[in-house]
Design a protein around this ligand. Structure first.
Ligand SMILES: Cc1ncc(COP(=O)(O)O)c(C=O)c1O
Length: 389
């Protein structure tokens, strides 16, 4: 299959997969939770991995300067962001990297700001480091509608939190599960607050490569000297190119100040990433553009397919079209499925989503649907919701 035509295999083939998504549920359940895609990996990555296996080249990860240069090339091409390749470090995965960064820039008991609903491991990373979570939830300003993502930043409360002595603000940019991209104005406002209050921003940009053509992703570190002096970005090729099992992430700084802080990260963070993962990531950033564009177009069709299926068969389920990624955030409150609609759908409909509970108590009536799969599987998933009613 060429990288210009990428299709998810049929259900019978996917059921052979060993990943968590495909082994975490009984076989009669259609799984659309865990954020991995069902598409075959890009040809350059496939070839690299085959070659490494054929050569039995599966030892420890050493120096890999091409990671910095490949990422810099990708960032320049996609986002017009000029990255100093020498300030691109490697971490085992995004989770491990964020935990180690937190340990370097703060200490147990320090306050860290998050904005729920957010990727649930933001909470587990804080628990792991013994830091105190300060949550300023996004405000839902209206109904979910096709062209209206109603989730807005609560600026008065964010400003209060900044002046209350937080050490770190962890942002998810683009946002999982809200499918939302921060505007330049929002990011600049955060940077100004961080500068004024001596706060470090950790920007988790793992979803950024999967931004739709009609939206513009702004890397936090592309916003000038103030941002460079107070932000560290953690990202990876793992989400964009679907290679999470290969274990590799990158940590980016762009100032001497932040570079010096990150020089205290444990040396082992680098070689605890995998050798195939690091080389696959570097080749993804350098040569994976054709595949990525094909996948973004598949996802683009899928995000509208969900809209069409819902409006034809489940019009009371509300959904906004995401600006990024393959996670649909469905408001099921009108379906009256009890305290945990995801659990009810699993039991009655044999279809698995991530429960809105994972992300915030106030989003318990939501489910997160992973649509990085075939149109047939998406259609079957919506059909199973209907059958469960
Ligand atoms: C925002 C965000 N950060 C991090 C991760 C996980 O990254 P890793 O597997 O590299 O820890 C995910 C996975 O879904 C995610 O959505």
């Amino acid at each position: 299959m060429s990288d210009r035509e990428v299709k998810a295999p049929d259900l019978a083939s996917l059921l052979q997969h060993k990943s968590e998504k495909w082994t975490g549920f009984p076989r009669d359940v259609l799984p659309l939770p865990v954020a991995e895609m069902d598409y075959p990996v890009a040809q350059p990555i496939k070839k690299l991995l085959h070659d490494m296996v054929d050569a039995s080249d599966l030892g420890y990860l050493g120096n890999i300067p091409e990671m910095g240069t490949s990422f810099a090339h990708f960032a320049q091409e996609r986002w017009n962001w000029k990255v100093d390749p020498l300030q691109v470090r490697i971490g085992t995965d995004v989770g491990v990297a964020v935990v180690e960064i937190l340990r370097v820039i703060a200490k147990p008991g320090d306050k860290v700001l998050v904005n729920s609903p957010v990727y649930q491991n933001f909470y587990t990373w804080l628990a792991e480091t013994g830091m105190e979570k300060v949550d300023v939830p996004f405000t839902r300003t209206g109904n979910e509608e096709e062209s209206n993502n109603p989730w807005e930043m609560n600026w008065p409360e964010i400003e209060k939190a900044y002046s209350s002595g937080i050490k770190v603000h962890m942002i998810c940019s683009p946002h999982n599960p809200l499918g939302r991209i921060y505007t330049k104005e929002e990011l600049l406002r955060l940077v100004a607050l961080a500068k004024k209050n001596n706060v470090i921003i950790i920007s988790d940009e793992i979803h950024a490569p999967l931004t739709y053509k009609d939206s513009v992703f702004i890397p936090t570190l592309s916003l000038g000297a103030d941002a460079e002096n107070l932000c560290v970005t953690v990202t990876a090729a793992s989400k964009g190119w679907n290679i999470a099992g290969l274990k590799c992430a990158i940590i980016i700084t762009q100032s001497e100040l932040m570079n010096e802080k990150m020089s205290h990260l444990p040396f082992a963070l680098h070689y605890r990433a995998s050798l195939p993962g690091a080389y696959a990531s570097a080749i993804a950033f350098k040569e994976g553009g054709v595949w990525l564009d094909t996948v973004i177009e598949n996802l683009n069709q899928n995000r509208y397919l969900i809209r069409d299926l819902l409006s034809a068969t489940l019009p009371s389920v509300k959904y906004h079209i995401p600006q990024n990624g393959y996670l649909a955030w469905l408001d099921l409150s009108a379906l009256n499925l009890g305290d945990d609609p995801a659990a009810t759908l699993l039991e009655r409909g044999k279809v698995a989503f991530n429960s809105g509970h994972f992300y915030a108590p106030q989003t318990a009536q939501y489910v997160r649907l992973n649509f990085a799969t075939s149109p047939e599987i998406i259609t079957e998933a919506i059909h199973r919701i209907r059958k469960a009613l």
